[in-house]
Design a protein around this ligand. Structure first.
Ligand code: ATP
Ligand code: MG
Length: 717
């Protein structure tokens, strides 16, 4: 307090100021999109440092690593000094740091490797065949489904049996084998020093719960904890926040329940509601002024969320006036939709909007393919986010494997990859060698003295030489890359002889990334936790149009936003029939539309290509047809290339063949004795309705089951 305060808090409104200056005790900020939640966090970090709080005792948890970097950069600018000592990152990133540091208390070696989805599926596949599962039964779940189940149970804090019953009823017969696979998968990871994303969270929570000593150290270290996008945390993450806080509970979380879009990964926006209960005596602050969007855009986005079944907690107003009404465009097909977007983007750029301030958003990455072709034809450069990750392709996994075994020699998964690159080495041999290596005290010695068969001895010797070089080199990642590439290049050209020139640019990109690191372990961790996106353009250029999945656009804002693919069956997705999934799709649209500052375009094709390459007519998304008239202006495609006709939309017009959607069922809708149908179990009779959202139902063919209303797709007969 002897500090002279530099940070000017003038740039905050009253409730924001309150949130920034209430530094002691639990604070919950619950507010709509664009109300300055993230900005408030930035000011709060700066204010704390300004007050003399040690930066390293501040923990800022965000949804992506990039978001925390940017927020700390902005806080640094307010302070006129850097905030680099503030600890910022994602839950997974922080868990990784803490587990490497303190994991030994649970028996973990600090050199564990982090595995991604593809690795996890690879292991499950390996175990599936070594356990002889799914050989005879054709309908055994695929590796992807098995990993989904295992991970789903962890993230939703459910037991596997309940999860399978409720979401994979048709696979119930395999439950025992799935349980077995899960046990073996668990042991495999322990034996090989591997952790998947879920393990990072689960193990950190365990560490905090089971080791009071570590818990005290960690809680003592972080005296101020802040979390952005709290609506997208799951129960494990909420537990971590609670356990990492010290007695003074200086924790501030900010979130928006109407922007929760990760429930498929176990996020639970009720965490927001639970926060005051968990922490006691919480200051709850609402922000109601939107500083992002013009009034017409805000009216439309408010309307999207007003139509939700779930009633969210806030209203928003803005003082940014404007008379530009959001536009709704229906094209004849995807091509016309794409060319409308391209032409409009060109006009916007002509009017002076910067390309980087224009974003086209879509539900799934593949929805933009047609558009990408059109953009390329028109020579408009773009940057695509939320698509393929750089490290997802085989050649990149090959390359990274060389470095992963350097940090964790027990990583047999990576050894296998490396050995399988050798000509004449088959899976059985690769497995045998990697097991020998993993069990060895001296890995290099073991390699050097391994008795290679004459058919592959020469190739193997080259590999040994590679490791002699890598281990002898200065450990700078850029240098290691050079050495590894020198070895890998001929292998690469042989393995991908058909298209290696195209793949080469990924290697170049990797080189650039690795050169940016001082330390190999941080490179390995960052690429595993937050893989970089594959860069599509030759040269990276700052001022480029943004194409992004909605999930990857969370928290961002642009002058002009296009939300495309708003066709019935595509958005909401055809599988989201009602209830929770339907509502989540609506929130997704809300997140998308609330990114816009000045211009918002909602577009859809009237015709879609089905997976079997048939054209199918479709209407606009029910989310659009249920919007109140007058909130947008409609532009119609002519089907002949021109789409200049403008007309004010009438309510009738906005409501074409509106599909009858099933209302979300409530507990009150069920009574004992009531007949129901379940898509997998068939017909049954309700036996018991409990206080929560669970029902006991006796199915004619399958007997008694307990089902959860939010997951089970029930119809009342
Ligand atoms: P989202 O829910 O989409 O993440 P948010 O609540 O985090 O939104 P911010 O991104 O922090 O909102 O703020 C939205 C925009 O409003 C930003 O450009 C921000 O700088 C601006 N803003 C917020 N508060 C103020 C204020 N008091 N004065 C001026 N501009 C503000
Ligand atoms: Mg934000």
């Amino acid at each position: 307090d002897k500090h002279s305060e530099f940070v000017d808090l003038q740039g905050l409104n009253k409730p924001q100021y309150e949130a920034v200056t209430t530094t002691e005790g639990p604070v919950l900020v619950i507010a709509g999109a664009g109300s300055g939640k993230t900005r408030t966090l930035v000011y709060r970090v700066a204010h704390l440092v300004d007050k003399g709080v040690a930066p390293e005792s501040i923990l800022l948890l965000t949804f992506t690593r990039k978001a925390s970097q940017e927020m700390l950069w902005r806080a640094g600018r307010l302070l006129n000094e850097t905030c680099s000592r503030v600890v910022g990152g994602t839950f997974h990133g922080i868990a990784n740091l803490l587990l490497r540091r303190y994991g030994s208390h649970l028996g973990f070696d600090s050199s564990f490797s982090i595995i991604d989805r593809a690795d996890a599926e690879g292991i499950v596949n390996l175990l599936k065949s070594s356990l002889g599962l799914g050989k005879k039964e054709k309908r055994f779940p695929s590796k992807r489904v098995v990993v989904n189940m295992i991970s789903g149970a962890v993230n939703k804090s459910m037991n596997l049996e309940t999860l399978v019953q409720e979401q994979y009823g048709h696979l119930l017969d395999h439950l025992e084998d799935i349980e077995k696979l899960r046990r073996h998968y668990h042991d495999f990871k322990l034996d090989h020093g591997l952790m998947d994303y879920d393990d990072l969270l689960v193990n950190l929570r365990r560490l905090l719960e089971e080791s009071p000593e570590v818990q005290q150290t960690i809680a003592g270290r972080f005296s101020y904890i802040m979390v952005d996008e709290y609506q997208d945390t799951n129960l494990i993450q909420a537990d971590i926040v609670r356990l990492a806080a010290n007695e003074s509970k200086n924790v501030m979380v900010v979130g928006d329940d109407s922007q929760s879009i990760y429930s498929f990964r176990g996020a639970d926006f009720y965490n927001i509601m639970r926060f005051p209960k968990d922490f006691g005596d919480t200051r709850v602050i609402k922000l109601e002024e939107n500083y992002r969007s013009t009034q017409p855009i805000l009216s439309l986005t408010n309307n999207i969320i007003e139509n939700a079944a779930e009633k969210y907690t806030k209203t928003l107003f803005t003082s940014i006036e404007g008379d530009w009404l959001p536009k709704l465009f229906g094209g004849r097909d995807e091509l016309e939709e794409a060319s409308f977007i391209v032409q409009t983007i060109k006009k916007l750029i002509q009017q002076g909007v910067e390309p980087a301030n224009i974003a086209v958003l879509f539900r799934s990455s593949f929805h933009s393919y047609k558009l990408e072709i059109e953009l390329t034809a028109d020579r408009i450069e773009y940057e695509k986010r939320g698509g393929l990750k750089l490290t997802e392709s085989a050649h990149m996994k090959d390359m990274i494997a060389f470095f992963r075994v350097l940090t964790n020699p027990q990583d047999t998964l990576s050894w296998n990859r490396i050995l399988l690159q050798l000509e004449k080495v088959g899976p059985a041999t690769a497995q045998k060698i990697s097991n020998t290596i993993a069990g060895a005290d001296d890995v290099l010695y073991t390699l050097q003295n391994y008795r290679a068969k004459t058919t592959w001895k020469e190739a193997f010797d080259r590999l040994v030489l590679l490791y002699e070089k890598l281990l002898g080199a200065e450990q700078k990642p850029g240098m290691l890359f050079e050495i590894a590439l020198h070895y890998y290049q001929p292998i690469f050209e042989r393995l991908y002889s058909d298209d290696y020139p195209k793949r080469q640019k990924d290697l170049d990109q990797l080189k650039g990334i690795m050169e940016g690191y001082e330390e190999l372990q941080s490179f390995i961790d960052d690429t595993a936790l937050d893989p970089p996106e594959q860069v599509n353009a030759e040269e990276s250029c700052m001022d480029r149009l943004v194409l992004s999945t909605i999930h990857s656009a969370k928290g961002l804002e642009f002058d002009a936003v296009f939300v495309m693919g708003l066709a019935d069956g595509r958005f909401p997705h055809a599988s989201a029939s009602y209830g929770e999934q339907w509502e989540e799709e609506r929130r997704l649209l809300y997140v998308a539309a609330t990114r816009a500052r000045k211009y918002l375009y909602l577009t859809y094709p009237r015709q879609l290509m089905t997976p079997d390459r048939q054209f199918r007519r479709t209407g606009m998304s029910p989310f659009l047809s249920e919007m109140s008239g007058g909130l947008f202006e409609r532009i119609n495609g002519t089907g002949a290339g021109g789409y200049g006709q403008r007309e004010q939309i009438s309510l009738e017009e906005a409501l074409p063949v509106r599909k009858k959607k099933t209302k979300k069922l409530q507990m009150e809708d069920f009574s004992v004795g009531c007949k129901v149908r379940h898509p997998f179990f068939g017909t049954g009779t309700v036996k018991k309705t409990s206080k929560g959202r669970s029902l006991d139902i006796y199915f004619d063919r399958h007997g008694l089951k307990t089902l959860h209303l939010d997951y089970a797709k029930l119809t009342i007969l």
